[in-house]
Design a protein around this ligand. Structure first.
Ligand SMILES: [Zn+2]
Length: 306
């Protein structure tokens, strides 16, 4: 997960169309969730050539660079309601049906992060109390300010992080899986905190994700270091060139962590953030006899001495 800025003034038109306003009124009047139209929250519209487009899907795809809001893998996106529209499991809450077309409640996710049985689906645990439709009203009318995720998060204190509100760097960390079968995501704010809860709700430690994170470390970090080490140990490059190539690699990795279009940017950031993190995630993948020298070069880089 990475922090994402969504333009709240630039709402895809199908979400604010007359059709959406009328549909929402019907849903509110009847409290019948069967009236929720997926065509509206996906932003279905007719293109000039007669084909159909999905304005919300397209906009979220652009904002999130084609990645899942929760796991940061590149994916064909599904529209996820951060606050479930139909029900909240393990509670008697009937779902936030009045937020079905709310822009701040819509996120792009992959199928795995949001699926029923193993994904987030209709989970939405909160620390305080789940708001009802009435809690979002002022003078018995839906209040535009009270349906925004920022307002609701302040009052409900959900356990699931919201990528457009929370800074995931403050809640999430990584470590090598004890049996070396990948890289685990951990919570920083305790076992019952928001970090671990988000990992559990979206199943962010499922096997393919553990392995894909490890692949990133191996392919882009460890193997690049091994290549430079190999040239140096064969004597085909001088110490100066070795030093320069290591510096260039660390600079490239620093650039990659800031590039929102790349997958796993939180992991990319985490690895480069501190000597301790680099030592924990990268060094163990290198040949033992060369671990010390690489760590020394990374320390020098972080201290601005490389
Ligand atoms: Zn995902």
């Amino acid at each position: 997960m990475r922090k994402v800025v969504k333009d709240l003034e630039n709402i895809p038109t199908p979400l604010v169309s007359q059709d959406a306003i009328d549909s929402l009124q019907t849903i509110i009047d009847t409290k019948d969730k069967d009236f929720i139209k997926s065509d509206i929250y996906r932003g279905k519209y007719l293109k000039t050539d007669g084909s159909k487009g999905d304005a919300v899907v397209e906009k979220l795809d652009e904002i999130y660079h084609g990645k899942c809001a929760y796991c940061e893998e590149r994916t064909s996106i599904y529209i996820e309601h951060y606050r479930p529209k139909g029900r909240v499991i393990k509670t008697n809450h009937g779902g936030y049906y009045w937020l079905c077309y709310e822009w701040t409640n819509l996120l792009p996710t992959c199928h795995e992060c949001n699926k029923i049985g193993g994904g987030k689906a209709d989970q939405f645990p909160v620390k305080n109390k789940h708001f009802t439709f009435e809690d979002c009203n002022t003078n018995q009318k839906l209040d535009a300010a009270k349906v925004k995720a920022t307002y609701l998060n302040q009052h409900e204190a959900p356990f699931l992080l919201h990528p457009e509100i929370d800074e995931p760097k403050n809640f999430l960390a990584f470590e090598i899986e004890p049996n070396k079968k990948g890289i685990l995501m951990l919570g920083l704010d305790g076992i019952n905190g928001r970090g671990f809860s988000t990992v559990n709700i979206c199943n962010l430690n499922r096997t393919p994700l553990l392995l894909n994170r490890l692949d990133y470390i191996n392919d882009f970090v460890s193997n690049s270091i091994k290549k430079i080490l190999g040239k140096y140990s064969k004597g085909s490059i001088s110490k100066e060139i070795f030093k320069a190539e290591m510096k260039e690699l660390f600079e490239d990795l620093d650039k990659g962590k800031a590039d929102a279009t790349k997958t796993f940017t939180l992991l990319r950031w985490f690895v480069m953030e501190s000597i301790e993190n680099f030592q924990k995630l990268v060094i163990p993948n290198l040949p033992i006899k060369e671990q010390e020298i690489v760590l020394a070069y990374f320390q020098a880089y972080k201290n601005g001495d490389l």
